[in-house]
Structures are given as C-alpha cells and as structure tokens.
Write a protein that binds this ligand. Structure first.
Ligand code: AHR
Length: 528
C-alpha cells in the first residue's frame, strides 16, 4: 500500500500537468465559412492521374492481355476499370515521365504479334513487348471515362515523329495515318485533350538549357497539330510546356519571358511543374509502412512545402502573364518513399498509408487555394508505382487509402472555392510543428456546400463548431477516413483497414457540430 501511494505521488505532477493540458489545450476549433464570397473554380483536372510505362504501372496494373485468366476487356483489367470509374478520373498522363522521351509510338501500334520488343532503359532495362500502345491506352481511357494527356518525345524524338503521332490519333481526313488508325480498329479520331511537350527537359528529358528547350517548344507547339474537327473551336487541345521540378524560378522566367513575346505561330497554355515529397531528400529513405510518429510528422511537414513552391512559381509567372492565361500544371506530385523490400528498386513500389492519404488531402487543399493559377495536377502514379490508387498482384487487387481519399474528393471536381477561416492551433511532435487542422470548402453545381476537414493530430480528437455566412445548412451527410495507426495500410489480405465510414454530423441552430477523430480526413456535404 505505501508503495502504491508513493507511486501515485510520484506521478502526481504529471497527472496535474495532463489535467491542465486537457483544460487548456485547444481541442476545439471554430470555423467560419463565407459562401457569399465564392472564389475560382476548382478545375476537375486537378484530380488527374499519371500512368507511366514503369514497373507494373501499365503491364499487370492495367494491361494483362486478352488471353489472361484475369477478367479483362480487350486486355484491360475489369477490376481496375471498375475501381477507377468511381474516381471520375478527368485525365491520364501517358506514357511518361522520363519514359516519354524515349518512347517511339510506331512500335506500339498495329497487330500485337508484329510489334517489336524494346528495352525500357529508363526503368530497370526490362523488355517491353509494346503490347500496350496508343490504341490500348485510348481504349483504357474510353473504359474508365477519362481524357488523354499525351506526353510527346522531345528528348530522343523529332517534331516529325510527334506530328505524325498526333495525326495518327486525331486526323479525320483520309490520310495514310488516318487509314492506318482505322485499320487498327478506330475509324473515329481520338480526342487528345492535353499535349505535354517533353518531360523534365532540364534532366532526364534531354538535359537541356532553358533557351534550348524554348526553341524546341516553339517548333513542337507549331508543328504538332491536333486535327480532330471536334477540337478546333471548342475543347481545344491544351499544350503543356516543361517547367521546373525545383523551387528556383530561372527556368520558369526564361520560358514565360519567351511566351510573353509569342506570336500566332507558337504558343502554350500551361506550364508543368513537378514536386515530390521526399522528407529526407534524395535518395529517398522514408519507409512507406512500419514507421512511427517521427516519420508521420516529418513527412507531413515536408509535404506542405509545395505551397511555398507554388507561390514562387506563380510570382515568376505573374511577371509575364498577370492575367493568368497560362495555367500551372502540377503534373507529377506525391509521396516518394523508399522502395518496398524485395521489389525491383527501379519499379518504385511503395505501400500507401493513412499518412499518405492525409498528405494527399493537404496537397489537394493547397491546389484548391491556388486554383486561380493551378488548373491541372496529376498524382504520381496511378497503379503499383509511388503514391498509387491501386496495388495489384497477379489476380489480386487492393485499393489504397489515397484511392479512398480521391473518391471522397469527387464532389470537389469543378466546384467553386469557398473561403474558410479557422485557427485550431498547432500539433507539435519533437522538433516538428504542424497546423492541427486543415480545411477547404466548395460549392458544387447543385448548390451543396462541400466541406473537407483534416485533423493532423495523430492522438487527439478535435471538436468542430462551424458557422456560415450566405448559406443556411439544414442537412449534413459525410464520410471519415481514419485508421488505427499512423502507418496503417490496406493489404491484399486485409483490404479494409483504411476505408471511409459514413458519419452523421449534427446541425444545431445553423451551426455544424462534429468531432474529428485523430489523423482523420472528413468530407461533409451540406444542403440548405
Ligand atoms: O514519376 C517517376 C519519375 O519522376 C518520372 O518519370 C519523372 O518525370 C520524375 O522525375
């Protein structure tokens, strides 16, 4: 007994501290949502995907071939198509990435048996059967209901090769290439919504200087034409120029300065930037599973840098394009962790935890706050590579926490940004301090107000109290994504560890009241 008393006395100061903390720590947050001050449209193309010919991203991830025992439609996995349709994927970028600057499209059209086997020198030197080429990619897009974002080869290709590829895809007049496409099973011209003119041309795309790239850009943007009659006046192809993958703005300035003086003969409509969350820099070392609170905090903190990165690039673009005619396209972003043990390191295989879903919510919210300039983005990459939506292993498939996050964010596609003000204090872990809460709101076409709330604190819940201006909520429905641990993942054996659960938030006297669980993402739809 005396021992027990002593022990409780020993812990008394700690208990007192906890009581004081509980009383003083900010476990409540007040949000003000002003629907009377709508902002820009959150372009649906911010929710784009990226499918490079890399590892098992295309082969096995999408393409299993028509003779596979895995259920497929013309060689494309049915389970993957079903899952992706739910995400309303607006566009898919293909064939790269670095791979784009070594891709020669002619090797991937025509009867499968006559396509040459080539080496994928960028990603592991593996043999590529070229079975998944242009017509298969377009079929995949047709099946999932998405638009094409084609990256043409500037590094090792020619303007003629790229121009002929576009003619093959888009010509309606009876040219030889149009007839070839028809003979390959597609008489109707394809729609090419986005054209990437090179990829990371300052590095894997040819190690070019900005001046050299600018002259290439002028040539490609003139000669690589979209001939689809349906894309001449409206629905015009968006030409995307290569921008930087680093915060410095010299490259952006050089390209935008060139653009400022463009004439009728050349132009582009978006500048691509790439930014990955690597936390410890390169080579990547953060594990994608089996980590604790240190890595949780460090990776999330690191992911927030994209906000500063975008501000810098936008300021450089504003100098030459104050009317924001040229969009920013963040067409590669996401968490890049260490490759999973036992996998080919060139295949960039990683698991995907609740932390990655939170990272995606924070990043998409940043994009929404930059929506006046950032009008496209593509998470890297769609299946089996980096921060993917889906993992597959032969006939098995699992949907990742990031997949579910994208599904929860569908209502934000094309919605109108609505400002939210809040202060929920900070979450501190060791030397890392992060905002405790993130939130973003938007109004969809039917008038619903969509509110997203992320509680970054991995331990403490947060009580939310929200008032509205210009909107009188009466009904609320929602979903929350959370998990048992910061490194919780979905696996082939346990696919439902991290899945959204329905919630019923209360509305009392016009205020929304709800408690956010720790490390959670919540999306609520409010109706008047
Ligand atoms: O997404 C993987 C690679 O990262 C892409 O191929 C390249 O563009 C970037 O460096």
């Amino acid at each position: 007994m005396p021992g027990k008393v002593l022990r409780s006395l020993r812990y008394a100061p700690l208990l007192a501290l906890l009581v004081i903390q509980a009383a003083t720590a900010q476990d409540k947050a007040h949000l003000s949502i002003d629907a009377s001050k709508p902002g820009p449209t959150i372009d649906r193309n911010l929710f784009g995907q990226f499918a490079e010919n890399l590892g098992h991203g295309l082969y096995e991830g999408i393409w299993v071939g028509p003779d596979s025992t895995i259920p497929n439609t013309r060689g494309i996995r049915n389970d993957v198509v079903t899952a992706l349709r739910e995400l309303h994927v607006p566009n898919v970028r293909w064939p790269g990435g670095c791979f784009a600057d070594e891709y020669h499209w002619r090797k991937g059209v025509g009867p499968a048996a006559s396509r040459p086997a080539t080496l994928n020198s960028t990603w592991g030197g593996v043999v590529d059967s070229n079975a998944f080429g242009t017509d298969e990619f377009m079929d995949f897009l047709h099946q999932i209901g998405s638009d094409a974002y084609i990256s043409v080869n500037v590094g090792s290709g020619t303007p003629q090769e790229a121009a002929e590829w576009l003619e093959y895809m888009t010509a309606a007049a009876p040219t030889s290439l149009e007839k070839e496409r028809a003979a390959n099973g597609h008489p109707e011209p394809y729609k090419v919504r986005f054209l990437g003119i090179g990829n990371e041309s300052w590095s894997c795309g040819g190690n070019m200087t900005s001046d050299y790239y600018l002259s290439q850009l002028k040539i490609y943007s003139h000669f690589v034409r979209n001939m689809n009659p349906a894309q001449q006046d409206k629905d015009k192809m968006v030409r995307v120029a290569v921008g930087p993958g680093f915060p410095e703005t010299e490259w952006t300035e050089a390209i935008m300065k060139g653009w400022q003086h463009h004439d009728w003969a050349w132009d582009f409509n978006a500048l691509s930037v790439h930014w990955y969350t690597t936390a410890n820099g390169w080579p990547v070392s953060t594990p994608s599973t089996g980590f604790g609170l240190d890595d949780y905090a460090k990776v999330l903190k690191s992911s927030l840098f994209i906000d500063e990165f975008l501000h810098k690039q936008e300021a450089a673009m504003d100098k030459y394009d104050p009317k924001k005619l040229v969009a920013l396209s963040v067409d590669e972003w996401g968490a890049w962790h260490a490759p999973l043990a036992g996998t080919n390191p060139a295949f960039l295989v990683q698991q995907n935890s609740i932390r990655d879903a939170i990272l995606a919510s924070l990043t998409l919210n940043i994009f929404a706050r930059h929506a006046d300039r950032v009008r496209m983005a593509n998470i890297a990459q769609m299946i089996n590579v980096l921060q993917s939506m889906i993992l597959t292993d032969k006939e098995k498939i699992v949907l990742t926490p990031t997949y579910y996050l994208y599904k929860m964010y569908v209502p934000f596609q094309g919605a109108t940004f609505i400002p939210v003000n809040f202060d929920a204090g900070m979450y501190t872990h060791g030397a890392v301090t992060l905002p405790r809460l993130d939130a973003v709101a938007a109004r969809d076409a039917s008038g619903k107000l969509i509110l997203e709330l992320t509680n970054l604190d991995p331990v403490k819940p947060l009580e939310i109290d929200t008032d509205f201006n210009g909107f009188a909520p009466r009904f609320a429905t929602g979903q929350t994504l959370t998990a048992a641990a910061v490194d919780s993942v979905n696996t082939f054996d346990a696919p439902n560890n991290v899945v959204p659960r329905p919630i019923s938030p209360k509305i009392e006297q016009g205020k929304l009241k709800f408690t956010l669980g720790p490390k959670s993402i919540t999306v609520i739809a409010l109706e008047q």
